[in-house]
Design a binder for this molecule. Sequence first.
Ligand code: NAI
Ligand code: MG
Length: 361
Amino acid sequence: SNPSLLILPGDGIGQEVMAEVRKIIDWFGENRDLKFDVSEDLVGGAAYDAHGTPLTDATMAKAQEVDAVLLGAVGGPKYDDLDFAVKPERGLLRLRKEMDLFSNLRPAQCFDALADFSSLKKDLVAGLDIMIVRELTSGSYFGEPRGIFTEDNQRVGINTQRYTESEIDRVARSAFELARRRNNKVCSMEKANVMESGILWRDVVTEVHQADYADVELSHMYADAGAMQLVRAPKQFDVILTDNLFGDLLSDTAAMLTGSLGMLPSASLGAPMENGRPKAMYEPVHGSAPDIMGQDKANPSACILSFAMALRYSFDEGDAATLLETAVEQVLAKGIRTGDLMQADGGTPVGCKAMGDAIIA
Ligand code: NAI
Ligand code: MG
């Protein structure tokens, strides 16, 4: 049977960009005999409108069964005043949590045609291709104790940076495996100089490396120094491995090296399933963009490149992934661009649908 894919377009431009991915999935079926069993369902505000919850149990169960989930975006002003428990982003968080997607892959890749969009000088970023592996399910955003407490007659806000050995071990393995498919190089970032969790992080990464991945080149850097290096000389890096909190900051920083939010894909991977494929969800980094929704203005590239990551990491179709990435690059090089990629004097932008069509062509 064909590999299975659950598509969750979500809200706002999520629906528009996903429609372009559907066209590309159809193209692969018709032209490369690469077929998927695709099912589509609701998440976020769309699910709340239909069912009163941002993710039904039935959709959650389906997500657990399929080979990969592809998600558009969730949220929008319409839902801003809902209770926390039914807010659109709760649907996304539930997927990440119950699928236990601990390894978040955020590529920062600079297409030559877009080097002018970088926050840095063109020659620093032209050809840049790095991958940040961020631990996604533990660390300061989840550690207990957490809360706002009263102590000595004043309030104190507490979060706890907590990592177990096994949590570090599994995300380190995912970074080393990835490095073997790329350029065999990992730089691990923490603050072992001032944090206990950083000391453990460095120890466990080193142990995993020595035990099973000695063929991969490993270096360590303090995360603050890493942030400096990332904007000083980003091309020195290939795979960067880091925790949840530092990874949040470093991946957003790296993103701006490459230009527009409309270009950035991501993958979140979990443990291998029975068929050997990792639990996986792929999604663009951007949100539902209420300011441009329904106007055929969204750049579908981020979602299309997320599907390319699915082809590579879930379906072992690296050639198909490269074909798709090359198509995006060639369209950009021809000057065919959505509005988010136009310079002030840049001519006439194309719409979301036309961008999808150009990529297929
Ligand atoms: P956003 O990413 O939706 O938009 C930020 C800016 O970038 C906007 O000006 C938007 O027009 C532009 N933009 C984003 N993606 C684009 C694309 N593909 N093509 C062209 N332009 C694009 O972030 P914002 O405005 O902070 O949040 C809007 C809603 O999305 C909120 O409800 C927020 O909670 C939600 N959100 C959802 C995320 C997700 O589903 N993973 C992530 C971030 C925000
Ligand atoms: Mg962030």
